[in-house]
Design a protein around this ligand. Structure first.
Ligand code: KG4
Ligand code: ZN
Length: 355
């Protein structure tokens, strides 16, 4: 006998970039299963994501990934009562795979379908329960400030009763993108962000301090200046030390210090913008999400910053910081709770869409 689960059982699908992900949640926001199949090996030879390869990998991975998610959740496909898939932003060919599968499943089962914005998934992900627990999702505050730091975004949002308004965005590169580019220049394999973070732990950030740009009265992020500064510093270093290629060399201390200086400025900019915002209008709840929310320095500095100011910090559990489908299913559950009946099957995949 199957135990009854709180309705609705939600199937979440995420294929916006290079992870094929499927998750099953129950109506209390419990994560019954979350499977993420990484395509790292397929893209690594190229140093970044190749869109055509991503689409093909999603197609071939989906049957196994979905079967595993359903099996782990102890749910049959016909038990699914709500289907959600990411519609964008992301790589159109990659998005199309998950979106088409989601629509097909919802149509076949006669269930509502939600075409979810990728950032909507990240934004609410700090309220997901930690992985491998039987906990329900946390209650959503009436209003909160959301910081999303990822490979595609460095953004601050204000969320009030499900209505999202943008407070700050990047004028150029996103924070994660710059971690990746600096790491790539150093010869690190894709995705470089986590590795740059790991190496920064071994360096002294005070040796090669880098600049946090000053936005005047504004709050916008800007990371292209920091990227150029880091790349220039690498060039300078190479004139003295010879070529730096961490794919075949052990990093010298000067390289580690440079990386640490870069990371300190990247994270420093996040803290700076939060401080400016907090001074302007005090933040009560801060929900932090996105791939870069896994950054070790950010995860040390944010709790200290928040505690000193009495800000209620909700830092996304590590398991949900990178792309996953639990956050997509969760976003659909929140929509469902707000009385949203779902999207038409004509919802299209889009590479760029505002939240
Ligand atoms: O949210 P995510 O998985 O995908 C996007 O929506 O972009 O974020 C991926 C980004 C990549 O740029 C990756 O290098 C970065 O997050 N990232 C990190 C760390 N872990 C992942 N950046 C800095 N430090 C980390 N520990
Ligand atoms: Zn993402």
């Amino acid at each position: 006998m199957r135990e009854p689960r709180p309705a609705p059982i939600i199937l979440g699908i995420e294929t916006s970039c290079d992870d094929t992900a499927c998750a099953v949640l129950d109506g209390d926001g419990r994560v019954l299963a979350s499977v993420v199949s990484s395509q790292l090996a397929a893209h690594r030879p190229y140093g970044g994501v190749v869109p055509e390869i991503a689409s093909r990998e999603h197609l071939s991975n989906w049957p196994l990934v979905s079967a595993e998610a359903l099996e782990r959740a102890g749910v049959r496909m016909e038990d699914v009562e709500l289907v959600a898939a990411t519609r964008g932003p992301g790589l159109v060919g990659a998005l199309l795979v998950g979106l088409s599968v989601g629509k097909a499943v919802a149509f076949a089962l006669g269930r509502p379908f939600h075409a979810v914005h990728h950032l909507e998934g990240h934004l609410y992900s700090p309220f997901l329960p930690p992985p491998k627990t039987a906990e329900a999702a946390g209650a959503l505050p009436e209003s909160f400030t959301g910081l999303v730091v990822s490979g595609g975004h460095s953004s601050i949002f204000h969320v009030e009763h499900g209505v999202v308004s943008t407070v700050a965005e990047t004028r150029d590169d996103a924070i994660g993108e710059v971690f990746d580019k600096v790491g790539k220049r150093l010869g690190l394999p894709y995705p470089q962000g986590p590795k740059v973070d790991e190496l920064a732990e071994l360096g002294d950030p005070t040796v090669k301090k880098m600049t946090v740009p000053f936005p005047g009265d504004d709050l916008f992020f800007s990371y292209s200046g920091l990227k150029s500064q880091a790349l220039l510093e690498i060039e300078k270093l190479e004139r003295r030390l010879g070529p730096v290629d961490l794919s075949s060399q052990e990093p010298q201390q000067e390289v580690l210090d440079l990386i640490a200086g870069f990371r300190a400025a990247a994270v420093g900019q996040v803290i700076d913008r939060l401080e400016r915002l907090h001074r302007r209008s005090p933040i009560s709840v801060l929900a932090v999400s996105g791939g870069v929310a896994a950054n070790r320095l950010l995860r040390r500095e944010l709790p200290a910053w928040a505690a000193e100011r009495g800000v209620d910090l909700r830092l996304v559990p590590l398991a949900w910081s990178g792309d996953n489908a639990a956050m997509i299913a969760h976003a659909a559950l929140l929509r469902h709770r707000r009385g949203d009946a779902g999207d038409p099957f004509s919802a299209e995949a889009e590479s760029r869409i505002p939240l």
